[in-house]
Design a protein around this ligand. Sequence first.
Ligand code: FMN
Length: 182
Amino acid sequence: MHDEPNDHLVRAGAFSVEEREAVYRAIRTRRDVRDQFLPDPLPEDLIARLLDAAHSAPSVGFMQPWNFLLVRDAARREAVWRAFARANEEAAALFDGEQRETYMRLKLEGIRKAPLGICVTCDPTRGGPVVLGRTHNPRMDSYSTVCAVQNLWLAARAEGVGVGWSIFIRTMCCAAFRPMWK
Ligand SMILES: Cc1cc2nc3c(=O)[nH]c(=O)nc-3n(C[C@H](O)[C@H](O)[C@H](O)COP(=O)(O)O)c2cc1C
């Protein structure tokens, strides 16, 4: 192996002190928001910035397996909430007595309260059967999608927008919703 000359590269300089502090502040103060959503609709240009941040995430073999589906329709959002409620009941049934009561008191979603729902999916077929780096660890597509969600979450924090992540939906339910999202 021989080293190529690096003369053509531009050095990746550090951010200014203020810029660095802003990045670390977004990381430190990001929270999972479940209840305190305002009903105000999000401006389209702000949504575009959040999605742009998500799409800038790293991905295995650059396969970018994610989809971000904006769910605005009230009936669809209600259907998503019902799917959550079913999965949540199943989860609660795993506990008894006091533990179940404690579980039932947890607030685990803000699906109906937030002004915008985003359904994040991961397409394992994107990029074809062979994707660089994924061959020996197929779960790397999910990892990549999670990186995209985290990017969106941090960008939202910087924009002053609350984001909550709700995973309490069976894959089977998601499959049932899929025709509605076409
Ligand atoms: C993969 C993943 C799935 C999550 N699913 C849920 C969920 O279904 N419901 C929920 O209320 N929070 C969910 N969370 C948020 C965590 O509960 C939350 O991040 C954790 O309690 C730490 O709180 P913080 O994000 O405010 O620091 C999820 C987080 C991750 C990373």
